[in-house]
Design a protein around this ligand. Structure first.
Ligand code: XMP
Length: 536
């Protein structure tokens, strides 16, 4: 499959470049900008390389790519096409003998660009320029500019402020853009990226779900052979879709799905998970009921960190015990719903190359470590972004209900019950939370979208506070419940969802009427930062 490699120099929009190119139908991979470009990174599938932007300067701390990048040839013998974006262009310029200097003022925002040489004779440059309009609005964010192009390069586009905006090499398939074609504010950005990917690199559109599923089926069959595969299921989208992929590719008898009900789950969660997995053809669903163990370990604990640690440790203990109880042969493989974004440090490429591994419930599990060391880990989703996982899930017939689900943290309701956690409190929160979510699935926004789908994550939090109220003629001393609903791209930052006030008022009334222990409902109006999404 044709592939575009992206060298990440730390720009916030590196991920976006990867997404745009994938949306054009071409597979992308991101590696740190200073990665050694050796055999396992550079292979015959790579048809071109994009250098990302960076918050750094080439004259300062900015990272330097492996110098071999300028001498690579492709499998077909031609020179490797390169596209530098912002810092990427400055990097190429500096490395290849041009000059980059600071601008008197940082250029930021929308800026006009004019393509200079429309009579361009060189056919490769012409092919690239096919993606551009003669003049268009681009989006820039740079403090440095090119004051001398590197030998062999010429300026084929200029910004309204008079600086080089598009550069092209006379002989080699090397190009540079001072602006960011990947951001939506750039007019025609997709067609500019498309011109590089298709006209210059000659990529074929081979990245689509049908093709991906075919490849995945073959590779899962090869990896697993006849050995059993164990997948730890949390009930979230990722592990459910990973389960669906395994069940589709392998003999369902081979696939073992293990799910732990810690007692910190949402209302009907365990039943829902079982139904969804059965519908996918699962034969071996191991549901471990361990509410009592978790609640007794949490008894008397109020410190958030201590609560989290208790849950993480117990999770590992039970996981090891239950896996041993299954008596799988040593050759069994462990599957995880790790996503592509879990494996790379998004937008921070440089110096942060750690492979961030998402283990079940976010605990560094010795079982996962041991299996990884033994080369017995399968990660069917490790090439996908979250929305691609959702698309894959739909192709594999995963319930829409499971696909739309809001994220739910590994430690479950424990992050939403402040103070000591008891069964009674879990039950109160479960009821109130279920009403909140049910209402969000029933109500529509002014844009006619269900509130649940417009909101990224919503849930209720039970506070260890009681306040005075009246119920009938009686004084009532009920718990305070907070509601949280946020919009976000990836959970890293979040804004408060701006409900229509009648929705909040009606939801609050329904909760206090139905859950007698709750006396008061508040709405959390804190964004992230400074607050986090969860309360603990
Ligand atoms: P915070 O609270 O850090 O949450 O703003 C960001 C996103 O991560 C989820 N979250 C967790 N997910 N294990 C998880 O699997 C955890 O320990 C955990 N803590 C927070 C949270 O629900 C939100 O989506």
């Amino acid at each position: 499959m044709d592939k575009i490699l992206i060298l990440d120099f730390g720009s916030q929009t590196t991920q976006l470049i990867a997404r745009r190119v994938r949306d054009l139908g071409v597979y992308t991979e991101i590696v740190p900008g200073d990665a050694e470009l050796t055999g396992n990174i550079i292979n015959s599938d790579i048809k071109g390389i994009i250098f990302s932007g960076s918050p750094e300067s080439v004259n300062g701390e900015g990272a330097i790519p492996d110098k071999n990048v300028y001498t690579f040839t492709r499998a077909d013998g031609g020179a490797m096409p390169l596209l530098g974006i912002c810092y990427g262009l400055q990097r190429m310029t500096q490395d290849l003998g041009g000059k980059v200097e600071s601008l008197p003022h940082v250029e930021y925002g929308r800026i006009g660009v004019k393509i200079k040489d429309q009579q361009e004779k060189k056919s490769l440059i012409q092919k690239f320029l096919k993606g551009f309009r003669d003049s268009f609005t681009a989006w820039m964010s740079h403090g440095d500019t090119l004051t001398k192009l590197a030998p062999g390069f010429k300026e084929v586009g200029t910004s309204a402020t008079g600086y080089p905006a598009v550069a092209a090499h006379d002989e080699k398939p090397w190009f540079g853009l001072q602006f960011h074609p990947e951001v939506t504010h750039c007019e025609n950005g997709d067609s500019i990226l498309g011109a590089f990917v298709f006209n210059v690199c000659g990529c074929e559109k081979s990245w689509n779900m049908e093709h991906y599923i075919e490849e995945l089926n073959t590779s899962l069959k090869e990896r697993a052979g006849n050995n059993p595969v164990l997948l730890l299921i949390s009930g979230g989208v990722d592990s459910t879709v990973a389960g669906a992929a395994l069940l589709k590719a392998l003999d369902p008898e081979q696939v073992h799905l293990m799910y732990m009900d810690t007692g910190l789950m949402r209302k009907n969660e365990t039943e829902n998970v079982k139904t969804i997995l059965s519908k996918l053809g699962a034969k071996n669903i191991h549901v471990i009921m361990c509410e009592e163990e978790f609640l007794s370990a949490l008894k008397g604990k109020t410190d958030p960190e201590e609560k989290r640690k208790t849950i993480g440790d117990l999770f590992i203990t039970i996981q090891e015990r239950e896996v041993a109880r299954l008596k799988l042969p040593d050759s069994y493989l462990l599957a995880q719903g790790t996503l592509y974004t879990d494996l790379i440090e998004s937008g921070k490429g440089i110096g942060k190359k750690a492979r961030v591994i998402k283990s079940h419930h976010n605990v560094g599990s010795p079982l996962v470590d041991a299996k990884r060391k033994a080369g017995k880990i399968i990660e069917p989703l490790d090439k996908l972004y979250k929305d691609e996982v959702r698309r894959l899930g739909r192709f594999l017939g995963v319930d829409e209900e499971a696909i739309r689900r809001h994220p739910f943290p590994g430690p479950g309701l424990a992050t939403r019950i402040l103070g000591e956690i008891t069964k009674a409190q879990c039950d109160i929160l479960r009821e109130a939370d279920a009403i909140f979510i049910e209402e969000l699935k029933k109500r529509k926004s002014p844009r006619e979208v269900y509130l649940y789908d417009e909101i990224w994550q919503a849930f209720a939090i039970l506070l260890p506070l009681r306040s005075v109220g009246v119920a009938g003629d009686e004084r009532k001393y009920g718990y305070v419940l907070a509601l949280r609903a946020i919009i976000s791209e990836d959970g890293m930052t979040a804004d408060v969802y701006p409900f229509e006030s009648h929705d909040l008022l009606e939801i609050s009334t329904r909760i206090t009427n139905s859950v007698k222990e709750v006396g008061r409902v508040t709405y959390d109006i804190s964004s992230k930062p400074p607050a986090t999404i969860e309360w603990e």
